[in-house]
Design a protein around this ligand. Sequence first.
Ligand code: NDP
Length: 490
Amino acid sequence: MTELERKQERAPVPSDWTYAPAPEARDVVTLREQYGHFVGGEWLEPKETYTTISPATEEPLAEVGQATPEEVAAAVDAARSAYENGWSEIAPSERAKYLFRIARILQERSREFAVLESLNGGKPIKESRDVDLPLSAAHFFYYAGWADKLEYAFPNQRPRPLGVAGQIIPWNFPLLMLAWKIAPALAAGNTVVLKPAETTPLSALLFCDVLRQAELPPGVVNIVTGDGRTGAEIVKSDGVDKVAFTGSTDVGKAIQRELAGSGKKLTLELGGKAANIIFDDAALDQAVEGIINGIYFNQGHVCCAGSRLLVQESIYEPVVDKLKRRLTTLRVGDPLDKNTDVGAINSKQQLEKIQQLVASGAEEGAEIYQPPCRLPEKGYWFAPTVFTNVAQSYRIAQEEIFGPVLSILTFRTPEEAVEKANNTPYGLSAGVWTEKGSRILWMAERLRAGVVWANTYNRFDPSSPFGGYRESGFGREGGRHGLEPYLRLT
Ligand code: NDP
């Protein structure tokens, strides 16, 4: 036996491969005790407030304003006044400069924003750091580029701004949804009143600091916080010319009813129940990564999540085996730990909705699998979940769960895959995994979805339009298409 072999024999064999904690420093973020509404470039003292918390610990983070109708009206007035007194008239190349500045400041302050986003929303820091922040900055860069080229984007037409845009965003990607909304609105020459979701207002409030740093003229962007009542006030305000909403299908429908006949422009980005379709010739290990990314990214709080897995029958067993094995390696826990893959559920209310739908799946006869994992005692948590033996009629195959829950179905032929994929009231996104290019095109033509990913999933780029149809809404965000809802074209 050599010396080296003797040493190796004496060395303890590691038996525990768990990762050491790698917490991101929290002190990069300074929270105020109370935040007001950002109106006309100033902080307006709120009349009413509520407490925003960290969903991972239930720890209170700050007091935030619950905007009253008068406060919403003040924000709309400020936006109107900024629109009429300068913003709609300044040279488009000047508008572009502000957007470039905002993009660069977001990049400079990205760590601070990423930590805050994970703290207030529960998403893993590696996602807010590597996805939400870079994409948010990229949206501002992208639309900065269009601001002085609108007549090239829409040749032979005269693009003009609409006026004041009322924008209502959800809690799953708070800063990114803000960027998707504000960047094209400003590039097109509009002013904005935006409401973040009740549970995740803090990154939008920190963004007001960026606006000041960029010296954006007062009133061009106004942020009011509060619950659905604040959103409803924005929608019905006479001073708003266009409403952009991302959220649930029910609220989207209510907004559409409210605006019918008003002449206001509307875009709705609503829910989904996407099919992620795996053919037997697909590269299975990559496909399994795509399935994981499709449904467990951001705890499944993703409108385009691949929440229905359609697997070709001949490869059902290897796919399910590989998937279950991969599931055991997902690390669920502290969103601020850099090793965490699956963070906290955004709110108690959302956790209850997930629990209720999961219970219905088990009751209806599906088989549930959850990997062994210890969930933290405080906060809102749900283990990554897979359902097999799912019938198309089950609620878990029809309704948007908006959580880390995957329903697996099978198919035999491409025709059957299309039929099953389209068998929901939604039409937002889909994924196709196959070696055959011709099959990708054949499927993409037949899938009723606004976005179809091939051999990948959850890929976003500011230059690529995103949006759905049927119960997933209408209108597009991103790309040249994303400018159109903010313009009057004559
Ligand atoms: P909502 O549709 O209620 O929330 C989206 C945004 O709209 C929030 O800012 C919300 O405020 C606001 N809002 C609520 N009611 C009104 C109203 N009557 N008029 C105007 N604005 C309003 O979604 P939830 O947060 O309640 O989530 C419920 C379900 O919706 C989820 O389980 C999920 O299935 C789906 N969802 C889909 C999203 C998507 O991207 N497609 C995003 C979020 C949710 P507040 O935050 O105070 O409720």
